[in-house]
Design a protein. Structure first.
Ligand code: GLU
Length: 281
């Protein structure tokens, strides 16, 4: 099978060795199968993304020799597409506006690991799901800010949960259990799409048949698989690879300045050396 895969960084910092590892795995899988390696800028968080980081992604990948198929898909140029997807879900009663503040929610709920990258986030207790049309109208009229949430109960009721599975390389078929994430956010006022919605839609629109990304995103795949079922989108195969850790055994992040490709280039390392560091530790 020709593997059509992608590397999808968020330009909120410089690429580090963990990104290089991920990009190399994807690039190799595409190359070995005669497929394609696509590049996507996950720049929906326009407040945190910076043009210089995006520019550095292009420069670092080119320097490493990980050439990609053009054009690059920039999510910030597709907010209208995500809005159309949201309105489709809305028409079928799968989303509702939520006016709760983070503070209000944390007063009520327990913690879970539903956010991308395992960040601690809250399972929403569904307070605003209960609002009447009249109450909603009043809040809209008052101009209260709101997010759009997935009505998880309605969503799950509309799919065949038994067949909600995805294929994980080296593990086989994984049964999905999206209910544990609760009514996840699909859009916010300042960011009109969430990571989950944009990534699911884009993987489909870009024809991705194999997703290669870090293990920290494994839980998110349960949500992506549900969204695929709701939207009638194809399900790619998945490979969630292990994460590179720093000298203290913690996952590398954009805060680890010494491990950025940019700093390694500035120290005078050659591309082969950086590829080796990322792929063989
Ligand atoms: N944008 C995510 C990141 O920078 C990756 C998302 C994905 O590969 O699905 O970690």
């Amino acid at each position: 099978m020709k593997i059509i895969t992608r590397f999808a960084p968020s330009p909120t910092g410089y690429l580090h060795l963990g990104h290089v590892y991920s990009a190399t795995l994807a690039w190799q899988a595409a190359r070995e199968s005669g497929g394609e390696f696509l590049l996507r800028m996950e720049d929906i968080d326009t407040g945190r993304c910076r043009p210089e980081f995006e520019q550095a992604v292009y420069e670092d990948l080119a320097w490493l020799g990980l050439e990609w198929t053009h054009p690059v898909r920039r999510q910030s140029e597709h907010f209208e597409d995500y809005a159309a997807v949201l309105s489709k879900l809305d028409d079928r009663g799968f989303i509702y506006p939520c006016f709760c503040t983070r503070k209000e929610i944390s007063a009520e709920v327990t913690e879970s690991e539903s956010a991308p990258h395992g960040r601690q986030s809250l399972v929403y207790p569904g307070t605003c799901r209960q609002l009447t049309d009249r109450e909603r109208q009043q809040r809209f009229e008052r101009g209260d800010p709101y997010a759009l949430r997935l009505n998880m109960v309605n969503a799950i009721a509309s799919v065949d949960l038994q067949s909600l599975k995805f294929h994980e390389q080296d593990k086989g078929m994984i049964r999905c259990d999206p209910a544990r994430f609760g009514d996840i956010i699909l859009a916010r006022k300042e960011t009109p799409t969430s990571y989950h919605l944009a990534v699911t839609f884009d993987d489909a629109i870009q024809g991705i048949n194999h997703v290669i990304r870090g293990q920290d995103l494994f839980p998110s795949t349960h949500i992506h698989r549900l969204l695929q079922a709701l939207l009638g989108l194809p399900t790619p195969g998945y490979f969630h690879h292990g994460l590179i850790s720093d000298t203290k055994g913690r996952k590398l992040s954009k805060r680890d300045k010494d491990a950025t490709v940019k700093s390694l280039r500035d120290y005078g390392y050659q591309p082969e050396e950086v590829l080796k560091m990322a792929n063989y530790g």
